[in-house]
Design a protein around this ligand. Structure first.
Ligand code: PEP
Ligand code: MG
Length: 569
């Protein structure tokens, strides 16, 4: 079995088609510049025409945003700078056009590859794609065209260029496996939008797979089986069919409300760690963002805390991208297991019980203020809710809110636009806050229950320790009672209560949470449709009764059994 990165989910079973690009043997020759320039003209014209044709084919299957890549390629093929560099070399050194094109392409690719920024680095693949086509056209070499496939295959290649991916014929291209690439490479992004199973970054694939071999591509687990046994083929074919059937059925719920059989409506929203992740939330019908973990902005920064502008751009991108849907952004939750490359935390015996999250921000208001300004400025671009993590006391909430109000007043006096209805809420992840929820609800606009921490602190069981992982018990009646206290506290003052810990996406927990009255379920994008399906098949009044019984249970096993019996599992 070979391992790679599952870049686009699904399972395929088919023969291997090795996509091999023509090998160009480019040698330096002394040439007459006028003749070479003429050849170059014709090759550029054909390159532009080829890309336009591929784009036309791609337009049938890809969305407007994905077609932008071909506009970028056309711009590159029409770039006077690229062309004049090649022309200058032909004129000055009297060399053949393909040699000059090869040299210029090489130095341009190297330049992109040397850039720090991951996005810019990946643009080297675009330059390689366009200039390779140019060189093939100069030498009369044919580039394989995947749109001419006539039997089902799994494509195996070093990497797929955007034009390869776009010319894939979905009827016969059952999936692809590449040696190179990561989750953000173009081929991976396109595979996801074409919904073709793909495993990328599999280092041995080209060497191990032979053309015509049977292959199982499990792009859910990121695994590849070459020359599988008959039973394996049967097993994975059935798995693939079941996956597709379920996925198809779930798509019908994309624009449907998350509403129970008896008409009780909840929101199912997504957890994100970067602006890019909203793509998945929207593609899975997320009704908003319930948690943006902003600490990743800080943890990915190399040398210093991210400045106001960098943060503003990230928050604005999410708010704009979510087009008016509610976006809950959590202020910096650092400390515990989350460290920074450029900041030394004080040594503490129990970092999870030490200076973490809001405690850190209140100790370092200068750092906190930068984030609050960025958030408030971004609030003018959508429906923002700001959430403080790890609140234990009302005093902490009041202090945090006061600093926020000060920054808001400053921005307004500077004439900078700030959103009108920014909600300010807290995470309920410390038992003290869950117990005193009704008092918090007088002052906070909403709650979001962070069960990952709430369970760790209630059970006194380090969430990082394998040895006590049996104490992660979301359905333990004690945890359910804390959750009830939080939800009831919120509702007493007309506030809404969500949950953004892992428990919200748990299939056995969701019916109980619905019954307890949870208003918003926030989870990873790929769980959204499955959760919506579940809610739509439940009766809210029945779940309320079941939740009451769950609160009266003694153990997690009793609760689990109760839920299974009620939902017929
Ligand atoms: C939680 O504690 O449940 C939560 C959502 O926050 P994190 O997992 O980031 O600590
Ligand atoms: Mg937490």
């Amino acid at each position: 079995m070979l391992k790679g990165i599952a870049a686009s989910q699904g399972i395929a079973v088919a023969k291997v088609y090795k996509l091999q690009q023509p090998v160009l043997n480019i040698v330096k020759r002394e040439s007459v510049p006028e003749e070479e320039l003429k050849k170059l003209d014709a090759a550029f014209a054909k390159t532009v025409a080829d890309i336009e044709k591929i784009k036309e084919h791609a337009a049938k299957t890809l969305a407007e945003e994905e077609l932008a890549i071909f506009d970028a390629h056309l711009m590159m093929a029409n770039d006077p700078d690229l062309r004049s560099q090649i022309e200058d070399m032909i004129n000055n050194e009297k060399v053949n056009a393909e040699y000059a094109a090869d040299q210029v392409a090489d130095s341009t690719i190297k330049m992109f590859e040397s850039l720090e920024d991951a996005y810019m680095k990946e643009r080297a693949a675009d330059v390689r794609d366009v200039t390779f086509r140019l060189k093939c056209n100069l030498m009369g070499a044919e580039i394989p065209n995947l749109s001419t496939l006539d039997e089902p295959v799994i494509i195996v290649a070093k990497d797929l260029t955007p034009s390869d991916t776009a010319s894939l014929n979905k009827k016969y291209s059952k999936g692809f496996a590449t040696e190179m690439g990561g989750r953000t490479s173009h081929s991976a992004i396109m595979a996801r939008s074409l919904e073709i199973p793909a495993v990328v970054g599999c280092p041995e694939i080209l060497e191990k797979a032979k053309a015509g071999d049977m292959m199982i591509l499990d792009a859910i687990a990121g695994e590849i089986i070459l020359n599988p046994k008959d039973e394996e083929i049967k097993e994975y074919t059935a798995k693939g069919e079941a996956y597709l059937k379920e996925k198809e059925a779930l798509k019908a719920l994309l624009n449907e409300p998350s509403i129970s059989l008896d008409g009780h409506k909840v929101d199912i929203v997504g957890n994100i760690g970067s602006p890019k992740d909203i793509e998945g939330v929207l593609a899975n019908g997320g009704e908003g963002v319930g948690l943006f973990r902003t600490e990743f902005l800080y943890m990915n920064s190399e040398t210093d805390f991210p400045d106001e502008e960098t943060q503003f751009e990230a928050y604005k991108a999410v708010l704009e991208g979510m087009k008016g849907r509610k976006v809950v952004i959590r202020t910096l939750d650092i400390g515990g297991d989350k460290k920074l490359k450029y900041y030394q935390f004080d040594e503490e015996m129990n970092p999870f019980l030490g200076v973490r999250a809001i405690r850190f921000c209140l100790l370092h208001p200068d750092i906190f203020r930068v984030q609050l300004r960025a958030l408030l400025r971004a609030s003018a671009f959508g429906q923002l809710a700001i959430m403080f993590p790890m609140i234990a006391t009302l005093d902490e909430f009041r202090k945090g809110k006061a600093i926020l109000e000060e920054e808001k007043a400053k921005l307004i006096s500077e004439g900078i636009a700030v959103g009108k209805d920014v909600e300010v809420g807290i995470m309920i992840e410390i038992p003290a806050a869950a117990v005193l929820a009704d008092k918090f609800a007088k002052e906070a606009d909403f709650f979001s229950i962070g069960t990952n921490d709430l369970i760790q602190y209630s059970m006194a069981a380090d969430r990082m320790s394998q040895n006590v992982s049996y104490l992660y018990q979301p359905l333990n009646p004690s945890i359910l009672r804390l959750i009830k206290s939080a939800i009831d506290g919120a509702h007493k003052y007309g506030r809404w209560c969500g949950m953004c810990g892992e428990m919200a996406g748990d299939e056995i927990a969701a019916p109980v949470l619905l019954g307890l009255g949870l208003d918003e379920f926030s989870m990873s994008a790929t769980s959204i449709l499955r959760a919506r399906k579940m809610i739509r098949n439940l009766n809210y009044e029945d779940m309320k009764k079941m939740a009451d019984q769950a609160l009266d249970c003694c153990t997690i096993d009793e609760v689990t059994e109760l839920v299974k019996k009620n939902i017929g599992k």
